[in-house]
Design a protein around this ligand. Sequence first.
Ligand code: 5GP
Length: 122
Amino acid sequence: MPYSYDTDNIFAKILRGEIPNDTVLETEHSLAFNDIRPQAPIHVLVIPKGAYVSYDDFASNASDAEILDYTRAIAKVCEMKGVAAEGFRMISNAGAHGVQEVPHLHVHILGGRGLGRMLERG
Ligand code: 5GP
């Protein structure tokens, strides 16, 4: 099975209420919360409530309702944080080459300062 979901990952524990989070937005199918180790003045993680490992897993297997909710939740967080005017970056790491630390889909929304070039070699 290409997408094997680990129910013990830290974001699954957040969704089950087993560990706390600093919630920015909660919708029917999505949760957004501040990153515990922020790398910019604004650093919000947006996750679906469903058990999806990565963006490609989600885009392939989630329902239309989940995809709509998640996409709109990302837009709502951008609006709430006011990042559209000055710009922001969205990142979704996947797998070993993507250096994904937590194996539950999350989009990082980073903003509040100039973020530099997208990738450094190495
Ligand atoms: P990844 O490398 O998987 O794309 O990013 C995982 C992110 O999750 C990191 O930015 C890390 O700081 C964040 N993170 C890890 N554990 C926790 C946690 O328990 N709470 C919160 N709010 N963020 C976490």
